[in-house]
Design a binder for this molecule. Structure first.
Ligand code: SF4
Length: 468
């Protein structure tokens, strides 16, 4: 299945796509369905049950807040992150919430959201059941959803791998198919992605120039949100929320780089790449507006690479940025189809590893790489992230997550350097490395897959726990 660019790049809020964006989407969908079914007047309470990784790391990922926002009908791409605290205080202060934004029902934060720490639903580690209760406390409707990574949500019984609902000119399930389409039709990967995306907009009709322009407009808007996130991140300081008391670093790094430049001292582009990635992931950790790329935990890698391209490789090249993002999305679609972008399923290789691979392929394309070099760059980007575990300390998307984005971005640049230094010949195909990542993820013990029950999460003690 070929995924839309705008499913791989979704505008959302921090700190997590699977634990914040996905649950908000599921709850909003549940509320909207209740409204559509005409049962709002019969609803006297709503209950949220969280299972598996959603329960284990839900507090650190603000899953409860996301669920409440969703039940109120808010969506990640439109909610004002700055207004969320006010809404939370309103619900906690009044002990009621406007279900679907309309019907006020009693809501006790501790009673109506239950974290089932020891239970995992069989279908997926990120499970949640939503129930609307009538005046007698009996279930009116109950639905189970799975947040399967990157903000994607599947309802129990739905098949996530449903075929595209509109015929695409160039459908692809593997890198081999993707590259064959490109070679046969003399297309670049980004041109192919633009044709598929225009076909989605045209919905069965022949795409017009307007449809193509709309694709450009959407992709430019995605970069606009990424860029705004970097801008905000480099102007904020202070501590990030949570027990770890992590200090933001992007602003200080910018000030240091500005001073170095003013004094005529040499500056290293790597420092800028680090700064861009830190800025995005500090914003994400603070619950700010970010683009899932392909997840929130890994949201800084691709913006850092686009910003690097825009600042140091080809300044002001809008078409180059579109090429970078569209090619990255094609690569992300391959991981989504054939492996996973959910850390709860495959560990951090499914987040930072995938983002690094996407960024490497995208940058190689924007720098004029051949199809073989692009595939090579994307493959290298994942090959050296294989086995990467997910072990967020205290369940917060901060340690190791924020720094890990800098590593993913720098690794992507090196992958491109290696790929462009060669002629495209390589022994490990992108399809092979995707398969390997998936197998490695399935073999990984569950404690290393976004549960905070292993790795750094068990060896680093939050400061205020030490003080207690
Ligand atoms: S360790 Fe990696 S996968 Fe896990 S939350 Fe952090 S960034 Fe996401």
């Amino acid at each position: 299945m070929s995924h839309s660019m705008f499913d791989l790049f979704k505008i959302g809020v921090g700190p997590s796509s699977s634990h914040t964006v996905g649950p908000m989407v599921a709850c909003a969908r549940f509320a909207n369905d209740a409204e559509t079914a005409g049962i709002l007047e019969q609803v006297y309470a709503v209950k949220v049950d969280l299972y598996g990784s959603l329960a284990l790391t839900g507090h650190g990922h603000a899953t409860d807040v996301a669920c409440v926002m969703g039940l109120m009908g808010e969506m990640p791409d439109s909610i004002d992150p700055d207004n969320m605290e006010t809404l939370v205080n309103m619900v906690k202060g009044t002990s009621e919430l406007p279900f679907a934004g309309q019907r006020f029902v009693p809501f006790d934060w501790d009673e109506h959201i239950e974290f089932h720490m020891a239970e995992v639903l069989p279908e997926h580690p990120n499970g949640m059941t939503l129930t609307a209760l009538d005046e007698n406390g009996s279930p009116l409707v109950s639905k189970t959803y799975f947040s399967v990574g990157g903000g994607f949500v599947v309802q129990q019984g739905e098949n996530e791998a449903l075929a595209d609902d509109v015929p695409l000119p160039y459908p692809f399930d593997s890198a081999e198919q993707l590259l064959t389409h490109c070679r046969t039709n003399q297309l670049s990967i980004d041109a192919l992605m633009f044709e598929n995306e225009a076909a989605r907009i045209a919905a069965g009709k022949t795409p017009t120039d307007k449809d193509h322009q709309l694709v450009c407009k959407h992709i430019d808007a995605i970069w606009g949100v990424m860029k705004a996130c970097i801008e905000r991140g480099i102007h904020q300081d202070g501590e990030l929320p949570g027990k770890l008391k992590i200090r933001r670093r992007a602003k200080a790094m910018k000030q240091r780089l500005d001073t170095q430049k003013e004094e005529g001292c040499p500056v290293d582009t790597a420092d800028y790449v680090n700064m861009y990635a830190l800025a995005v992931n500090e914003e994400n950790a603070a619950g700010g507006r970010v683009v899932t790329a392909p997840t929130n935990g890994a949201a800084g890698v691709i913006p850092a690479i686009v910003a690097y391209y825009d600042a140091f490789v080809s300044p002001g090249n809008t078409q180059g940025i579109r090429t970078l993002l569209a090619t990255a999305a094609a690569i992300g679609s391959l991981y989504k189809t054939n492996a996973s972008i959910s850390a709860a399923e495959v560990g951090c290789q499914g987040e930072i590893g995938v983002a690094c691979s996407m960024a490497a392929g995208g940058l190689a394309a924007a720098m004029g790489g051949t199809l073989e070099q692009i595939e090579n760059a994307a493959e290298i980007g994942m090959e050296h992230n294989l086995g990467l575990t997910c072990d967020p300390v205290d369940g917060l998307v901060q340690v190791p997550c924020i720094e890990r984005n800098t590593m993913g971005a720098i690794k992507a640049i090196n992958a491109v350097r290696l790929a462009l230094a060669g002629d495209g010949q390589h022994s490990v195909s992108l399809d092979s490395v995707i398969k390997t990542m998936h197998q490695t993820g399935l073999d990984m013990q569950s404690k290393y897959k976004e549960t905070s029950l292993g790795g750094l999460a068990t060896n680093v003690i939050p400061i205020n726990v030490v003080n207690c």
